[in-house]
Structure formats: structure tokens, C-alpha cells
Design a protein around this ligand. Structure first.
Ligand SMILES: [Zn+2]
Length: 577
């Protein structure tokens, strides 16, 4: 309903505009709102960066329903004001289009927020306290999961045992993993449900740590963790919804108005649908399920970008290889620090013909293809596949995507451009992996690693995301990472491979317009332009004016989704002090 009102108002406006032009009347007299409908929302006194080259900067924005209807100077936009118009005085703050995270994992992110976080626990006592607190807040029948603990950082260091937490958790089962995922601690309730006792044998590839009497301490290593994992029930609908709501709150607080959700389960999509029906979605979701299930969408005729402004389908996600950290990213040459391996192609790529046939089928059904490729050879093979698909199915606007596109063979940049492949990249990984990537792949290959600037120079479009929860959801951290390339260890303050830095404008474009293009939504999102969805963010500092090193500390003041305020930082930000 809102949408219609915005669209109608805009159409009306365009008609009167055209009329005025043809009548030769000066344009300013026609941009006034007195005779037309008034705005539902006006943001004024702002420094607006529109990401629209036809008018890059403005002071004010008018919104009717969920659409932007006017962008211009504060006085020009004031003419849209009516008695019922909500006016946000931005106080000279920076306004950008809402951020669109081009690659994340929304439900796992929300589940993590809804789990116990032990990453920065500094002692065994703190570890136990947090688990106890979470157990008390956990509904009966649910498990306490999560973790990320590191006993080596505790004072004093020491592997925990279930006795530490049994008292404070009672009948609530607990299974919390170490940060590296190679061991986890179960409490007595969890061991009981899993049937792990002193008589349980160690499985191949795993071990059950035992005390002096031979009783399990609760620590399970590697393959032994499966004995508990297999009895953890799938999340209840209630918990599933709670996780999505947590994720939406987090997104809104960070100015993220759209997300491209990689590898959701069917149940995840069902929860999104439930929330969409209830009009409780506070973020726009492009859901991209696994490529192996492509016929599910194809048989219904769903294709690229199918759905509503809030929830869309029409793409599939596949994997070509693994990751750099685990030496499973697939390279042409061996790893520098592990010369016995070049990495691995994924299971889906064994054999490659199987992947090719599925992708040709999915593309023929007009589904968008988003393929994870990290090592240079994996990326090269995916480009070969894309070429084969184009040859098989003919030309078209298909917007192939390579997710991560981390380590490029120099010869492949031009192929990216020729096939109009989008590089869907995560700058935060560059400042994280940049601490150790050179050790792993050597000085030559790092030159075309996270090669954001080279992509732009070769006319490849960038879509920027985070890969949350692998990296933080914060767009400010992505922007900081793309602009500074300052690794997290503080060792490259001038930037790691600094020639690949982006400007603030380029990075913001990748997080807005680039991401919108990557999901076939550039006509509705990505810039502050009349006619588009009114998704905007007000920042508490000007990312264009400040020291790039300070960008990571910039906070979101207000997030607006479809003309609706979905997050307000400090309630007093627009009041005089
Ligand atoms: Zn991912």
C-alpha cells in the first residue's frame, strides 16, 4: 500500500514535471510540493552522498510511503512538507544509501548472537559465569550452544572440565566449542543425553578426555564431538525466529538494510516467509540456496530476483574450493608454507562435469549463479564453467558471481570483465588473513590477492559484503578495511598491498549500488534517487572527511528502511545538548 502511494506520487510528479518542461515554465516552480501530495518523511540539513552520478550530493530527501520522491537542497525539499510529515533534522550529518551486505549467512549469524559468547572470557570463573547466565535464560528443552573459548588466554591457562559448569547449568544441556572448532566442552546433562560414559570408546580420529578415575571430563576432541552433536535437536521454530530477529536487530543497528543470504536452509526461508507475512521483516533478504537443489526453484519457474521488496529468491550458491586458512583453497602452484599441497576442489566439483551440468541447467532456468572461489585455480575453473554456460545457453544478462574471488591469476581479470562476472568480495577478510597470507602463498601471489583496485581498473564490478558470522557484520569495518588495508595485527598501518586500496567513494559504491546490481535490484536500491526504496542511513561522523583510520569507530545514528525508522542510536542526537 505504501509502495503504491510513493509510486503514484512520483508518477504524478513526473507528469507535472514533463508538463512544465513542455510548457516552458521554469523548473523550480514545478518542483514545489504545495500542489502535490506531501511527504511522509523528510530528512533535512544533511550531507547526503547519493551514489547516483546524476546528482552525487544533496542536503535533503523526501519520502512518500516506502519510496524516495525528492532529493535536493533543504529549501527545495521543504516544499514537500505537510502537516503530517515526520522531519528528521540530520544536524549536518552524513547520509548514505542503506548498506547492502552482498554475502553473509544470516541465520548462523543470528544463532551466534543467540548463543553464549566465550571469546573474550578471561578466566575459568568468567567462562562458568557466562554459561550459567545463559543456561538460566534458556527455555526448557533447548541447549546452550556457541562458545569460541580459548583456555590459553585465561589467567591461569587450563583446559576446563564439566565440574566447572555442572552446578550452574543443572538439567540444561551445554555444548560449547573452543574457538578453533577442534574441541568442545559438554556438561553432565549433555553427556547423559549423548550416552557418553566411562565405558564409551574413543572413536577413530577423536578422543574423549578422561579424569584419573576414567570418567569423561566433558572435553571431546575432533571426531568425538560428533557423539554429542548428533543428539542436539534442530532449533525449534521459536528459537529459529528468535535468531532471525536478533540478526535483524544487529543489522538495523549497523545500517544494513539489505542482505544476500548464502546457503540458507529451506527452514530458514520458511522463517523469513513467516516474518514477511507478519510484516516483521526489518531487512530485505535475497535468499540464495545451494546449487545442488536448483531444480526446487526451477520447477516453480522462479528466476533471478523473484519475490517482493522484502524477500526474494532466484539464485543458487555453489562451492568450487575451500579456504586459505585450512589450505583447502585450490591454487595452480603449491602453498609456499606447505609445498605438498595445492589445495582441493570441493566435493561438488568432483567431477567438474557434474557441476557444469547442474549449473547449465540452473542458468537455463534463469537462476543466478553465485560460486565460491578462493584459490586462483578454482576461480579459473569457475570462469571456464561460466564460459561453457554462456556457450551452451547463449548471451543474456545473467550476472554471474564469484564469491570471495580472493586470489586471482593475473590472466583472469580480463575474463571476469568479458563474462560480466561480479567479484563479490569481503574486505574484512583482507585485513584479517593479511596477517599471515603472504607466508602461505608468497610475495608474488599476494599482489593479486584481495585485488579490489585491479578489479575496478579492469572494469569488473565489485559487490561488497562481510561473510558474517565469519567476519563482523559491521559495514564500517568493511569500509575501513577496503580503504586502509591495515591488518588487524597493526603491522601494516599504511596498508597491506596498499596499491589495492579503494577510495571511500568506491567502497561505499560497492556496499550499495554494486551490491544492488549483484542481486538485480539496481532499479530499486543502491542509491538515493527518486523512485527507489527509501533505505538510508545517517552516520554520526562523516566517513568522507575523517581520517580513514577512524572509520572503524563511526556509529550509525539512524537507519531507515522503506521510509520507516528501524534504528535510532542515541535518542538525543538531534536535540541541542
Ligand atoms: Zn560465506
Amino acid at each position: 500500500m505504501h509502495t503504491d502511494r510513493g509510486r503514484r506520487a512520483l508518477a504524478l510528479r513526473l507528469i507535472s514535471f514533463t508538463f512544465c518542461l513542455s510548457a516552458g515554465i521554469v523548473m523550480t516552480s514545478c518542483t514545489a510540493g504545495e500542489t502535490g501530495p506531501s511527504a511522509d518523511l523528510i530528512i533535512t540539513n544533511a550531507r547526503v552522498w547519493t551514489v547516483d552520478p546524476s546528482m552525487p550530493s544533496a542536503e535533503a530527501v523526501a519520502v512518500i510511503g516506502d519510496r524516495i520522491v525528492g532529493v535536493g537542497s533543504s529549501p527545495a525539499i521543504a516544499r514537500w512538507q505537510g502537516p503530517a510529515t515526520q522531519v528528521i533534522d540530520a544536524g549536518g550529518k552524513r547520509v548514505l544509501p542503506g548498506f547492502n551486505d552482498a554475502h553473509l549467512h544470516f541465520v548462523p549469524g543470528g544463532m551466534q548472537l543467540d548463543s553464549v559468547d566465550l571469546r573474550d572470557a578471561v578466566s575459568a570463573a568468567e567462562f562458568a559465569r557466562r554459561i550459567g547466565e545463559r543456561a538460566r535464560a534458556t527455555p526448557a528443552g533447548e541447549w546452550v550452544l556457541g562458545g569460541g573459548w580459548d583456555e590459553m588466554s585465561w589467567d591461569p591457562p587450563g583446559l576446563p572440565a564439566r565440574q566447572l559448569i555442572d552446578q550452574v547449568t543443572g538439567d540444561t544441556p551445554v555444548f560449547v566449542n573452543r574457538y578453533d572448532g577442534h574441541m568442545a566442552l559438554a556438561n553432565a546433562a549433555a553427556l547423559r543425553l549423548a550416552g557418553v560414559t566411562a565405558r564409551t570408546a574413543d572413536p577413530p580420529g577423536g578422543s574423549i578426555v578422561r579424569d584419573a578415575k576414567g570418567e569423561p571430563t566433558g572435553i571431546l576432541k575432533d571426531a568425538a564431538m560428533a557423539q554429542v552433536n548428533r543428539v542436539i535437536p534442530p532449533p525449534t521454530l521459536e528459537r529459529h525466529i528468535r535468531a532471525v530477529k536478533r540478526a535483524m536487530d544487529q543489522a538495523a543497528s549497523l545500517g544494513v538494510t539489505s542482505v544476500q543470504d548464502m546457503n540458507p536452509t529451506n527452514a530458514d526461508i520458511g522463517v523469513y516467509m513467516t516474518l514477511a507475512e507478519r510484516r516483521e521483516l526489518d531487512v530485505r533478504i535475497y535468499a540464495v540456496p545451494m546449487e545442488t537443489d536448483w531444480p526446487d526453484q526451477a520447477k516453480l519457474g522462479l528466476r533471478r530476483g523473484f519475490g517482493s521488496a522484502y524477500l526474494r529468491l532466484g539464485a543458487v550458491k555453489g562451492f568450487a574450493d575451500g579456504s586459505l586458512g585450512s589450505t583447502t583453497a585450490c591454487f595452480f602452484e603449491p602453498y609456499s608454507d606447505e609445498p605438498s599441497t595445492r589445495g582441493l576442489l570441493s566435493e561438488e566439483m568432483q567431477p567438474i562435469e557434474g557441476m557444469r551440468d547442474r549449473l547449465i541447467g540452473a542458468d537455463k532456468a534463469a537462476l543466478q549463479l553465485c560460486i565460491h572461489g578462493i584459490g586462483d585455480q578454482a576461480i579459473s575453473i569457475v570462469l571456464d564453467l561460466f564460459q561453457a554456460i554462456e556457450t551452451a545457453n547463449g548471451p543474456g544478462d545473467r550476472r554471474f558471481r564469484i564469491e570471495h574471488a580472493q586470489h586471482m591469476a593475473p590472466k583472469d581479470f580480463d575474463r571476469f570483465a568479458q563474462l560480466n562476472v561480479i567479484a563479490s568480495v569481503q574486505p574484512y577478510h583482507a585485513i584479517d588473513d593479511g596477517r599471515w597470507a603472504e607466508r602461505r602463498i608468497g610475495p608474488e601471489r599476494v599482489k593479486t590477492t584481495y585485488a579490489f583496485r585491479t578489479f575496478l581498473e579492469r572494469n569488473v564490478r565489485l559487490a561488497i559484503g562481510t561473510d558474517w558470522p565469519v567476519a563482523p557484520l559491521s559495514p564500517m569495518l568493511s569500509l575501513y578495511a577496503a580503504v586502509t588495508r591495515a591488518t588487524l595485527d597493526g603491522k601494516n598501518p599504511e596498508g597491506w598491498v596498499p596499491e589495492q586500496k579503494l577510495t571511500v567513494e568506491e567502497a561505499v559504491a560497492g556496499m550499495t549500488m554494486g551490491a544492488a546490481y549483484a542481486e538485480f535490484q539496481e532499479r530499486d536500491k543502491g542509491s538515493i534517487t527518486p523512485g527507489k526504496l527509501a533505505d538510508m542511513v545517517i552516520l554520526d561522523a562523516d566517513v568522507f572527511g575523517i581520517d580513514p583510520a577512524a572509520i572503524k569507530d563511526v556509529k550509525v545514528d539512524t537507519t531507515i528502511l522503506g521510509g520507516r525508522v528501524v534504528y535510532r542510536g542515541r535518542p538525543d542526537t538531534n536535540q541541542p545538548a
